[in-house]
Write a protein that binds this ligand. Structure first.
Ligand SMILES: CC(C)(COP(=O)(O)OP(=O)(O)OC[C@H]1O[C@@H](n2cnc3c(N)ncnc32)[C@H](O)[C@@H]1O)[C@@H](O)C(=O)NCCC(=O)NCCS
Ligand SMILES: Nc1ncnc2c1ncn2[C@@H]1O[C@H](COP(=O)(O)OP(=O)(O)OP(=O)(O)O)[C@@H](O)[C@H]1O
Length: 208
């Protein structure tokens, strides 16, 4: 089974690419989704977050207050230590869930599985520790100013909050150092998806 790591900075277009690949019937493991699953009400990770950050971490419905948590880990002078603390709680659960999903796809004989993982560069060592070694890495890229305007226009984020997320992540150089496929998401969507198809078809043909 080919394991393709799909990465990119925030709002670069990873989900657009992974949705397209899923529509082609290719299995996708979505780490943002797993990170939400890991902190569902009743989960050990959510209990640990409350222990670490206090009851303000919970909204009135008892689930993680994501907007509050985002201000703790992406803004303020303690953001880096807070982020490390939150990641230390959530990531082990996320990578364990991802490894389980990956194993299920492997058992069912899938030729290719995509790991949609925003923090692939930052967490490369941790993925390896969970036995997740990528045969290929696709990085989806767009200029910072394009990504900021996407976040502002489509997600209602302030420019500062958008910039803060970018600053919390590896830069393009870090991603390029690992990637063997680069997808430019500043080109028109049909062209971008065509480039994705060409790259993925090539990977599939290499293993047949
Ligand atoms: C802080 C949280 C609650 C904010 O939630 P919110 O709904 O605003 O964002 P969401 O989870 O949808 O993430 C959106 C994007 O933010 C970026 N992002 C998320 N977590 C991080 C992080 N720890 N470091 C850098 N960028 C991050 C990614 O590009 C991600 O695609 C949430 O992002 C979180 O729990 N982060 C820690 C878990 C994590 O690292 N997730 C990334 C996948 S493993
Ligand atoms: N080639 C493109 N042309 C125009 N808009 C695009 C293109 N690719 C992606 N987008 C748009 O950019 C926005 C961000 O894309 P997407 O949600 O896929 O990013 P992401 O990398 O998954 O973000 P996150 O890191 O938050 O998960 C979306 O509104 C998407 O429609």
């Amino acid at each position: 089974m080919i394991r393709l790591g799909l990465t990119g900075g925030i709002a670069a277009g990873k989900s657009t690419v992974s949705k397209h690949l899923a529509e082609r019937g290719i299995p996708v493991i979505d780490y943002d989704l797993l990170a939400r699953k890991a902190v569902e009400p009743g989960s050990p990770a959510l209990d640990r977050i409350v222990e670490a950050f206090g009851p303000q971490a919970l909204g009135s419905d008892g689930s993680l207050d994501r907007a509050w948590m985002a201000t703790k880990v992406f803004a303020g002078s303690d953001r880096e230590s807070n982020r490390r603390r939150l990641e230390g709680i959530i990531h082990p659960a996320v990578f364990a869930l991802a490894a389980d999903e990956d194993a299920r796809y492997q058992e069912s004989g899938c030729p290719l599985v995509v790991h949609d993982i925003p923090l692939l560069v930052e967490q490369e060592e941790q993925t390896r520790r969970h036995g997740l070694v990528f045969d290929h890495i696709m990085s989806v890229e767009a200029p910072e100013k394009t990504r900021i305007s996407r976040m502002v226009a489509q997600r209602g984020m302030s420019e500062g909050a958008a910039q803060a997320r970018i600053s919390a992540q590896a830069d393009e150089t870090g991603r390029r150092a690992l990637a063997d496929v680069i997808i430019d998401s500043s080109q028109p969507l049909p062209d971008m998806l065509e480039a994705v198809d060409v790259a993925v078809d090539r990977l599939l043909s290499l293993c047949s």
